[in-house]
Design a protein around this ligand. Structure first.
Ligand SMILES: [Zn+2]
Length: 224
């Protein structure tokens, strides 16, 4: 596994501070990624108490700035230590970061029970299923791409988080296999191409995509 959520996302996930759509995406990734399982487990055990000691809401005096700095450096050390842990997990991982109301969706996606989703064809080679999560500010969708389907070239108005459920795809940045978790932002213009077996991805966006190719303005208009 080559593509993982960054440490900030894992930290928020482990302390239950992540938006529910992202928590589901990271939950799916960590289920298949022993490296992230290990990091999350460690962050859950010791990260919470360390975070509580970094109190930025009270009066900040000189001494407390010093102690905050000390806490930050020990926290950096903690993150370094976690990076170096062996990537095997012995006991079963018990997930506490996914809200009870989202567990059904998580189980459905995790078991790849995807046929009952509200699929709609976008083009001959691309189908999309919108997922209702009742959480404002995020779009949650599944995309199904036929083998070798090309996704129109686009940038991102905000951030886009992609989890590969099945198959694989590639773009100018790399090759993404089942289980990969990829974050894109405004800086990344890319044109993904599905692999030889096609691809099914979960996409969580915090703002709509902006298509930039020749047909871009038309697609943007239809996507309003
Ligand atoms: Zn991972």
């Amino acid at each position: 596994m080559k593509y993982h959520p960054d440490i900030e996302l894992l930290l928020k996930y482990s302390s239950g501070q992540l938006a529910p759509p992202l928590a589901v995406a990271i939950g799916l990734h960590q289920y298949e990624c022993k490296i992230c399982q290990k990091k999350i487990k460690e962050l859950e055990m010791i990260g919470g108490s360390t975070l509580e000691s970094i109190d930025t809401t009270t009066n900040i005096k000189h001494e407390s700035i010093n102690s905050m700095a000390a806490d930050m450096s020990s926290f950096d050390q903690l993150l370094n230590d976690i990076e170096e842990l062996p990537d095997t997990v012995d006991e079963a991982y018990d997930d506490i970061a996914i809200a009870r109301s989202d567990v059904v969706l998580f189980e459905q996606l995790n078991n790849r029970q995807l046929n009952d989703l509200p699929w709609k064809n976008v083009t001959r080679n691309i189908a999309r299923a919108k997922i209702q999560m009742d959480f404002p500010g995020y779009d949650v969708e599944l995309f199904k791409f036929s083998p070798h389907a090309k996704i129109p070239k686009h940038t991102h108005c905000g951030r886009e988080f992609t989890f590969v459920l099945e198959g694989n795809f590639s773009d100018n940045q790399g090759q993404y296999e089942r289980g990969a978790f990829i974050e894109q932002n405004q800086a990344n213009e890319h044109q993904p191409i599905a692999g030889s077996k096609g691809c099914i991805c979960l996409a969580v966006t915090d703002a709509p995509l902006k298509f930039t190719g020749a047909l871009g303005p038309l697609i943007n208009w239809f996507n309003r």
